[in-house]
Design a protein around this ligand. Sequence first.
Ligand code: DX5
Ligand code: ZN
Length: 224
Amino acid sequence: MIELAPSILSADFAHLAEEVRAASEGGGTVIHVDVMDGHFVPNLTVGPPLVKSLRKATDLPLDCHLMIENPDQFIPEFVDAGADWISVHQEACRHLNRTLHLIRNHDAQAGVVINPATPVDTLSEVLEIVDYVLVMSVNPGFGGQKFIPETVRKIRRLADLRLQRGLNYRIEVDGGIALDTVAEVVRAGAEILVAGNAVFGQGDPKTNAQKLLKAATEATLLKV
Ligand code: DX5
Ligand code: ZN
């Protein structure tokens, strides 16, 4: 099943509840929260207090994408604040197995993320213990960047590996997803589509979300 995960990074933070409501009316079913620490990525964003407020504003699952160093230190706090899904970067975790178990032990869905330059093979030993794999299709840190087409083959590879190994993780994609790129990632096997700029950048988030989901669903129908 295809799901749209609007990323609040491009939303108007002063009107977050309304922005999230509009995106969910347009078909968004997961709210993507980008957490950046100014070290792992060259930008700063939000932390557990915002997740706590968002938790009161929506019933949708909150997907917290941690672009931070030492994520173990903050995972319990994000779960307490209301995070349902937590993903950590392979590149940021010295003890990735431990970190993923920490997320699972807190009863959250555990995801692992790879940057554009990180091969899928670096995940071979953790694919059994993740609920989802997030393929970055831009270098993380900012919304509104250009989609990197070479990342599509990694989505395809993750879909193949899942079949070969009889696993059931879901495949999420994040970065530059818009009307002109969504069909390609869906056809490659992406199921959870993160979109920030394409939903909240300009115009009405509800209509934007509807259009994006429509394009994604049409692409699944054409999938061979
Ligand atoms: C980038 C973030 C993304 C970002 C995507 O570091 O992880 O979630 O919000 O934004 P768009 O959809 O604008 O590329
Ligand atoms: Zn993200």
